[in-house]
Design a protein around this ligand. Structure first.
Ligand code: TYD
Length: 210
């Protein structure tokens, strides 16, 4: 696969959307074809699954939640991500598999080994070349999301402890895979966060022909 795959991760209010569109604009200005997508979602079926997972009002057990998210991901990979990478496009994805380790693993308490098994049957080995973890203290993220005044989903309405476990699970994954997952200090200004991101993406551009 000749394209490059970058995922964006982080808790609520980390500023992923702003940074995704800034990076996408920069890459397009350099003549790269960019696919901007998100998880859960990115295909018609996966977007339907997203609305169940984020807004199902009845009980959704944690195993069903995990399997639905990975079902959405399998479809997204086969329909969008893999074909784009084979064409040589750049894929920028708002969350990917690390989010399942953070939210379903850390947040919901599903053992890491189980998440790994489901990952093995769902992703055909597709993993990001680079994952940008936009990290900031949980309280600061919540303050920012409240300031934005958007409606909350089944994850945003979780308590502080849940969100702290999510952040910790992301940080643990980063220490396990420090080359792929890079921490971005998301407490800084939009410009400064963008510069941190661009420094890392430039390395990927330099290695494009590898
Ligand atoms: P998010 O990416 O924050 O979108 P928005 O900016 O529209 O709120 O929302 C997606 C939610 O889905 C987020 O709260 C985390 C959750 N999620 C999981 O629990 N597991 C996953 O594997 C993924 C991809 C997302």
């Amino acid at each position: 696969m000749t394209g490059k795959f970058i995922s964006f991760e982080g808790g609520d209010g980390a500023g992923k959307s702003t940074q995704l569109s800034l990076l996408s604009g920069d890459l397009e200005a350099l003549g790269r074809r960019v696919i901007l997508t998100r998880e859960p979602g990115g295909t018609r079926l996966s977007e339907q699954i997203r609305s169940w997972v984020l807004h199902e009002s009845g009980a959704l057990c944690k195993q069903a939640e995990l399997l639905l998210i990975f079902a959405a991901r399998a479809q997204h990979i086969s329909e969008v991500i893999r074909p784009a990478l084979l064409r040589g496009d750049w894929v920028l994805c708002d969350r990917f598999t690390d989010a399942s380790y953070a939210y379903q693993g850390g947040g919901r308490g599903i053992p890491v080994g189980l998440v790994q098994q489901i990952e093995a049957v769902s992703t055909e080995g597709v993993r990001p070349d680079l994952t940008l973890l936009l990290d900031l203290p949980v309280i600061q993220g919540i303050e920012r999301s409240v300031g934005r005044g958007q409606g909350s989903d089944r994850f945003e309405e979780q308590d502080l402890e849940f969100k702290q476990r999510v952040r910790q699970a992301y940080l643990d994954r980063q220490s396990d895979e420090p080359d792929r997952i890079r921490i971005i200090n998301a407490t800084k200004s939009v410009e400064s966060v963008h510069t941190q991101i661009w420094d890392l993406v430039s390395n990927l551009i330099d290695r494009e022909d590898d």
